[in-house]
Each structure stands twice: as C-alpha cells, then as structure tokens.
Design a protein around this ligand. Structure first.
Ligand code: NAD
Length: 477
C-alpha cells in the first residue's frame, strides 16, 4: 500500500512519530494508501525549512520565480492523466470532472500567477516639487496554506501559486481526507527544481497541526479554505499573534430565477450548479428560489432532468455524479434529508443513499415545501441536496436569499437588466453571477462576506495578501 510522505526541505520524510491515517477511496470504501498523521514536531520542521529558505527566495527576481512556476505548470500538464485519475480515486469525483476541471485549473493557477506576478506595482505621488512618495511591495515571509477536500489540487495550488509568485515560502497543509494529489505535486515540485525549503508539504489532521501553524512567530500569514467552524478556530488562534488571515469558508448560495429568464439555459445551468462534484463545491447553489408564475413548470422540468442524472463509478464516462467524499459526510447529508422530512419537506426526487458496492453514494435530491428559515435552508449541507422555494416579489426573494449567516455567492437568472442590477445591489454576497455560473476571470477578487469569508483571493488581491507594502518618502532638495 502506498505511503504518502511529508516533503520538507527538499526531502520526503515519514512523520516523526511514525503514525499514519488510512486514506480511503470513497467509491469503494477501501483504504488504498496511508497518510502521515503528523504532529507539532513535523510542523516545526516544515516551518523551520520555509523560514530558512525565505531570505534567498525572496531575493529572486520576478522573472526567476515566474519561470519556475511555468515549469511546474508544464509538469502538471505532462502528468495530467495520472493526476486526474488520482484526484478521482481520492475524492470520489467523476474522472471526467477531474480531467476537465480540477487538473487543468491547477495547471492554470501556476501559469496565471507566473504572468500576474509582473503586474504587482506600487504607486508614486509627487507631493511637492521637492518630495516624492512611493510604495513598494515586498514578500511577506513564510506562509501557511490550508486547503479542503472538495477541490483538492485546484484549491491548494490557488494559494501556493500567488504565495510563491509574491516571493513567500510555503508550508502547504492539504486535507488529510484527500492528500494524494498534493503528494504528487510535491514530486513535481522537486522535478521542477524549486530550491529546497521553498515549498513544504505537511500532511495530517488539522486539529493536530493547527495550533503550531497558527501561532508560530515565523509564520506571517495563513491562507485558509474550509468550513466556517475551522476558520473561526484558526482566526481565534492566529489573531492574537497579528498574522495576516485570508479565510474562505462555508456557503449556502441562493439561485434566483425570474419568470423572464432564458428558460433552457437556466434549466441546464441550474442542474449543473446544483450537482457538480456531488454538490460539493462551495459555489454550488443549494437554495433555488423561483418566481411564483414559473414555479410549477420549472419544478417539473428540473426534477425530470435531475432524476435522469446518472450516479455511479467515478471512472465511468457516463457517470454524472460519483461518490461523496467519506462515510461521515454521507451520514451528515442523509441526516439533513431526514431533518427536511421532519420539517415537513417533500422529497421530489432522490432522498436516499445508493447501494453501489460499499462506496458512499447519495442520490441527487430535490426538496420543496420547506420554510426559508428551516435548518435545511439555513445550514450548509455541502452535498447533492437542493431546495425549491417560490417567491412573489423582488423584496421577498432578496430577504429570503440574505437570511443565512453565509454570503459567498449568488446567481440571478433574468433578462431584465434593471431587475438584475437591483438584485446585484441587494444581495449580501461576495460574488454574483447574472445568467451564468462558475464563470471566473482569475484577475477578479474572490471571496465571501458575513461568515463565508474574510479577505479576498484572486488576481492582484492574492499577490498583495502575500506582500507587505512599504511607503517611502524622498525629499530631493
Ligand atoms: P474543514 O474546515 O474541515 O478542513 C479544511 C482544512 O482545514 C483541512 O486541511 C483540515 O485538515 C484543516 N483543519 C481542520 N481543523 C483545523 C485546525 N484546528 N487548525 C488548522 N487547520 C485545520 O473543511 P472541509 O470539510 O475540508 O471542506 C469543506 C468546507 O470547505 C465547506 O464548508 C465548504 O464550503 C468550504 N469551502 C469553501 C470554499 C471557499 O472558497 N469559500 C471553497 C471550498 C470549500
């Protein structure tokens, strides 16, 4: 059985205590590899390596860093087939999705920040004829990047790439539930020729590593993506040490469908935005609000399409959905379906686990007849479960859409541009899509409001996050 290793200071290392966790294939329930159950001593080694490498890495030119990022992107491309296979096996997602989305986007993250790195610029002001004030961005220092299991390589590289481009060194902490492609990436990092200590991969449980990573004085920033609950714990530990924090957290995204929406496009996209990656994308829409006159027609067509989705072996080209990530997560999703029934919800399709061998499968589920403030409509489920709710007016739908503690993303479907503008202004979220979904220009900021996010990723925002700005004032007289 393959043993994953930490990658610290250019070496693959077993965890100091020699302990490992089972790594399961969710589509079969079988343990197929072992992941280090690292502890604070391993974290100490990784931080020491990143700290030691910082001085010389921060003094490299943007060109040198960009060249290495491009080389890594090239290696991801060369190994894309293997990486997609490993991602699908580790996470349960359809191989097709891993091949078309996860791995190409991971490659793009390095290419994008290789290009974007040259755009980070300061400002200059002539204050009076003899005085000029200007700003300069300098790399922040060693940073920690913590990522979740839903888009394992995609989200980890989305953090590592800007950190390296800005001149920081990195301790990367992938999810212990889906560590395999991060391990593969450590092999490609070595092949690309990054100096030792510049990128370190530390595997293990967040609860065992979090305190050391969040409180060590040498760590200058933490970029975290995961649940709001964990974000709160990290923020609680790191804030007294005045570390920079970027927290991308949970969501409960509303989808607003008006009666004048372009019907077929809306229907097709909302099926996708509900169930891609088994509904385990932070941007999936899980509360679908439909204007009353369109409600029955949309409901019937939507349910008919969802019932036709094929759930099955992630390796099968025909599978639209694979397995959810773990047995615990399957239980959580099923418990919310039960709560929906208890709260008077009507299951229109799905509503059960599927017995496909011993894998963790859940049928795509559509529920109606739940109050907007029911727990199923307020809590993040993060699985293939959506609710349908009719609305009467713009004010009505905005108040329901804004009613949760989350505020990550929303999508609005209408051909009325004035209505779309009113919704854009009224929705308390960080990202609004109008007549589209998951359409991302990587130069734009990414992040949520309320309990979904703190800080922004993407484009210049990410480069600035990993930099310290200095103001210089020069008198020339
Ligand atoms: P999680 O919070 O359980 O874990 C995320 C990461 O944090 C993992 O690497 C985990 O090991 C680590 N961790 C856990 N406890 C920690 C601690 N005490 N200290 C330090 N690190 C710790 O989240 P998850 O279950 O892996 O992912 C699902 C969640 O991620 C959902 O809530 C989803 O909405 C969210 N998510 C958000 C975005 C976004 O961009 N906003 C994107 C993807 C996923």
């Amino acid at each position: 059985m393959e043993k994953i290793l930490n990658y610290i200071n250019g070496e693959w290392l077993a965890p100091v205590q020699g302990q490992y966790l089972p790594n399961k294939n969710p589509s079969t329930g079988e343990t197929y590899s072992l992941v280090p159950d690292s502890d604070a001593e391993d974290a100490e080694r990784a931080i020491t390596a990143a700290y030691g490498a910082f001085k010389s890495w921060s003094q490299t030119t943007v060109r040198q860093r960009s060249d290495l990022l491009r080389k890594l992107a090239e290696l991801i491309k060369e190994n894309a087939t293997k990486l997609a296979h490993d991602e699908s096996m580790d996470n349960g997602k359809p191989l097709r999705l891993a091949s078309e989305v996860d791995i190409p986007r991971s490659e793009l993250n390095f290419r994008f920040f290789a290009d974007m790195a040259i755009s980070l610029h300061g400002e200059a002001y002539r204050s009076d004829p003899n005085t000029v004030s200007y700003t300069e961005y300098a790399p922040l220092g060693p940073v920690v990047c913590i990522s979740p299991w839903n888009l394992p390589l995609y989200l980890l590289t989305w953090k590592i790439a800007p950190a390296l481009a800005a001149g920081c060194t990195v301790v990367a902490k992938p999810s212990e539930i889906t560590p395999m492609t991060a391990y593969r990436l450590s092999q490609l990092v070595a092949q690309a020729g990054f100096p030792k200590g510049v990128i370190n991969f530390l595997h293990g449980r967040g609860a065992s590593l979090g305190e050391k990573l969040a409180t060590d004085a040498r760590v200058k920033a933490i970029s975290f993506t995961g649940s709001t609950q964990t974000g709160r714990i990290i923020s609680g530990m790191a804030s007294p040490h005045f570390k920079k924090l970027a927290l991308e957290m949970g969501g409960k995204n509303p989808v607003l469908i008006f009666q004048d929406a372009e019907y077929e496009k809306t229907l097709n996209t909302v099926v996708r935005s509900s169930f891609s990656n088994q509904g385990q994308i932070c941007l999936c829409g899980s509360r679908i609000f439909i204007q009353r006159p369109l409600y029955d027609q949309f409901k019937n067509d939507f349910v008919e399409r969802v019932a036709r989705l094929k759930v099955g072996d992630p390796g099968d080209e025909a599978s639209d959905l694979g397995a959810v990530v773990s047995e615990d997560h399957q239980k959580k999703i099923l418990s919310y379906i039960q709560k929906a029934k208890d709260e008077g919800g009507v299951i229109l399709t799905g509503g059960e686990k599927l017995s496909l061998g011993s894998g963790y499968y859940v049928a795509p589920t559509v529920i109606e007849n739940l109050r907007w403030d029911s727990c199923v409509n307020q809590d993040e489920i993060f699985g293939p479960v959506v609710t349908l709710t009719p609305f009467e007016s713009e004010e009505h739908v905005v108040s329901m859409a804004n009613s949760t503690r989350y505020g990550l993303a929303a999508s609005v479907w209408t051909t009325n541009i004035q209505c779309a503008q009113r919704m854009v202004r009224g929705l308390d979220v960080g990202i609004v899509w109008v007549n589209t979904w998951m359409n991302r220009d990587l130069r734009t900021p990414f992040g949520g409001v309320k309990e979904s996010g703190y800080g922004r990723e993407g484009g210049l925002e990410a480069l600035k996050f990993f930099s310290e700005v200095k103001t210089i004032c020069v008198e020339t007289s």
